[in-house]
Design a protein around this ligand. Structure first.
Ligand code: AMP
Ligand code: MG
Length: 316
């Protein structure tokens, strides 16, 4: 079975053809970039519309027998472009269509390529920050951000410093020369909050602290919070694998912290390789294949607020 997946939840538009063994036959993607300002939904959606046709055409090596698209969660305007493209492609090819959950797709592509059996998944991206594990029949969220995603925290702070988007890599470079300043560490139960940390970091700069020091301390604090929650989820669920995915998974600082924690508990640390940790359509195609029984010729509405723990998991 060959599935053509389409991703368009945020800044990346991608199309990819994958087969039932997880072989990637095509993987075409393009990410919206902006200097100095973040993502303006209307502008990114317009950009997706301009690029969708050519990206899908390039990915359409012969043989798609079904189409999958990221139904949510994500930015409504962006999701709609992917949804429209997926519906018209399925119509044109006369094949069934399935809408899949973007967060679960991140997790499942990680399981496929890392060979993780039953991990706790630390999902760190621009809009999403969750600690997820499969328990009693579904993917449950054991901890999550109560306000902004950790990637969004990095991007907002980078934008404040005038570093442009995406902010994560630029902040990391800057922080190499930084030293630690205490900042608000806020873990509430199993959840994390980042907006107070962002405000405090901004104020530190306004009061004259060195950019390098604040950049380093912001990451140090934000990432330590995530590692604490992930470790507690692993202990609670009795799981001994930590899968790390999402765009922020590329952070060497976060990876190092996760590795140290996993070593201390004799657990496996499995970072998803950067190419598949970021938003991509390979994971959407693979998720479509896992859920191929649900594919049909009906209309699938976008679900901008679709939560990981609302997904009916019937493939494992
Ligand atoms: P995603 O939404 O999953 O595509 O991830 C995008 C987020 O990943 C953005 O917030 C980026 O700033 C962040 N990001 C990308 N590369 C890195 C990196 N090397 N270190 C930290 N954050 C990163
Ligand atoms: Mg994502």
């Amino acid at each position: 079975m060959f599935c053509l997946g389409i991703e368009s939840t945020a800044h990346t538009f991608g199309a990819s053809l994958v087969d039932g063994n997880g072989s990637v036959l095509s993987d075409v993607r393009k990410s919206y970039k902006s200097a100095g300002k973040g993502i303006v939904p209307r502008e990114v959606a317009a950009w997706h519309s301009e690029n969708a046709g050519a990206i899908i055409e390039e990915a359409m090596v012969d043989g798609a027998e079904m189409v999958a698209f990221a139904q949510g969660p994500g930015i409504g305007n962006c999701l709609q472009v992917g949804s429209d493209a997926a519906h018209s492609l399925a119509e044109k090819l006369g094949v069934p269509l399935v809408g899949v959950n973007h967060c679960v797709a991140h997790l499942e592509i990680g399981r496929l390529f890392s060979k993780a059996r039953d991990p706790v998944f630390l999902y760190v991206s621009g809009g999403n920050t969750q600690v997820v594990a499969f328990e009693a029949g579904k993917y449950r969220v054991f901890g999550e951000t109560l306000d902004i995603g950790v990637g969004n925290l990095l991007d907002k702070f980078a934008r404040f410093l005038g570093l442009g988007f995406p902010g994560g890599p630029a902040l990391y470079e800057l922080s190499k020369r930084g030293k630690y300043l205490p900042l608000a560490y806020s873990v509430k139960g199993m959840d994390v909050c980042y907006s107070g940390l962002f405000t405090q970091a901004k104020q530190a700069i306004e009061k004259g602290a060195a950019k390098e020091d604040v950049a380093y301390s912001l990451q140090e604090t934000a990432f330590s919070m995530l590692v604490e929650v992930s470790e507690r989820a692993m202990a609670h669920c009795g799981k001994n694998e930590l899968l790390l995915g999402g765009g922020v998974a590329a952070s060497p600082l976060l990876q190092e912290k996760c590795r140290v924690m996993c070593e201390a508990r004799d657990a496996k640390f499995l970072p998803i390789e950067p190419k598949y940790a970021v938003d991509n359509a390979v994971m959407i195609a693979w998720q479509g294949l896992l859920e191929r029984k649900k594919a049909n010729r009906e209309k699938w509405d976008i679900r901008p607020y679709w939560r990981t723990d609302e997904v009916a998991v019937d493939w494992r």
